[in-house]
Design a protein around this ligand. Structure first.
Ligand code: PBG
Length: 329
């Protein structure tokens, strides 16, 4: 028979009432934790659902107001722009990335004109939405070229900075690009443009729906394993981060998100710098499909997001960020 004295510490005491559970919360979510990705398409007056990402749309520039008004109203600090480039504009060199009238450039200009600094703009620095082969770098003899690719990334960065992008996010995993981009930005007086390095980006199976969304899936030949990281490794992630900090990254990204919470935590513990997590398209599709089929409850979205905070992330890129009014209740 258990006596009244045993056990003396009962952790369930604190879970007994809702007010007490709230008091004990170690991590919470607020709109300031989120970055909203937005897919852009050519044309006008279109809002087009992405079949593999139910609930996520591509917008024409003139329809951007709809999603950005809501993002500002919900208190989201930043949006991230991704273009679906028309096939006829793609080539081996990703030349469209340097066109000052490309979708991303027009998107940045429109948002800055309409909203000034009410919301930040982040842009990927990478060639894959623009190349006919779907890779992030230039190719010669079947090899992805590192240093030659960086030359283009520098020009893409300068162009996006000139258009008004606040955060540049090199996402291609080439070696040495953060330092080169930082140097070029500073030289051209863009010393206040931030760099978010996708320092730890794994060659993941979870990017499929994104590649549909930007139209690079069918184009992609082979895989990205010679530049994106092997998902078996985590010490290597710390080496990547150490290098990017030395080269001038303001913050670093870990991607995908949920399968890599251990990596987020180790980076945070070791480097004490802002770490962002990307809940990628495959994670979004898995959760959303399971909810639609009533296999799991929609509260799973909140649970999946708070996990990033627990691991130590300072911000979360997620396709759910346009629905925070329904999720953060
Ligand atoms: C491209 C890029 C990718 C994502 C963001 N930027 C795909 C890739 O590396 O193939 C994936 C995002 C997602 O899956 O949600 N450099």
């Amino acid at each position: 028979m258990i006596t009244g004295k045993y056990p003396s510490l009962r952790l369930r005491r604190s879970r007994k009432e809702s007010w007490s559970r709230r008091l004990m919360q170690e991590n919470t979510l607020s709109p300031s934790d989120f970055i909203l990705p937005i897919f852009l398409i050519d044309g006008s007056n279109k809002k087009q659902e992405i079949p593999t990402m139910p609930g996520v749309y591509r917008y024409t520039i003139n329809r951007l107001g709809q999603i950005i008004d809501k993002a500002i109203k919900n208190g989201i600090p930043t949006v991230a722009l991704f273009p679906k480039t028309q096939k006829i504009l793609k080539d081996e060199l990703g030349s469209e990335s340097l066109n000052e009238n490309n979708l991303v450039c027009r998107g940045i200009k429109e948002i800055k004109k309409r909203y000034k600094n009410q919301i930040g703009i982040m842009c990927d620095v990478a060639l894959d939405p623009y190349t006919s082969h779907g890779h992030d770098g230039l190719i010669r003899s079947n090899k992805i070229l590192n240093d030659e690719t960086i030359e283009i990334l520098i020009n893409q960065s300068l162009l996006q900075a000139e258009m008004g992008s606040d955060i540049l996010a090199p996402s291609d995993m080439m070696d040495g690009r953060i330092g080169q981009i930082r140097k070029a930005l500073d030289k051209k007086k863009f010393q206040n443009v931030q760099i978010l390095s996708y320092a730890v980006k794994y060659a993941s199976n979870f990017y499929g729906p994104f590649r549909d969304a930007v139209g690079s899936k069918k184009a992609l030949k082979g895989n990205k394993k010679t530049y994106q990281m092997d998902y078996r490794n985590s010490d290597e992630a710390l080496r990547e981060v150490a290098l990017d900090i030395k080269e001038g990254a303001d913050m670093v990204m870990v991607k995908p998100g949920m399968p890599y919470l251990d990596v987020i935590k180790s980076i945070k513990n070791k480097f004490k710098i802002p770490v962002f997590a990307y809940q990628v398209s495959g994670e979004y599709s898995l959760i959303t499909n399971a909810i639609q089929k009533k296999i799991i409850n929609s509260d799973a979205i909140y649970e999946s997001l708070v996990a990033f905070k627990r691991a130590g992330a300072n911000a979360i890129v997620t396709y759910y960020a346009d629905r925070l009014d329904k999720i953060l209740i």
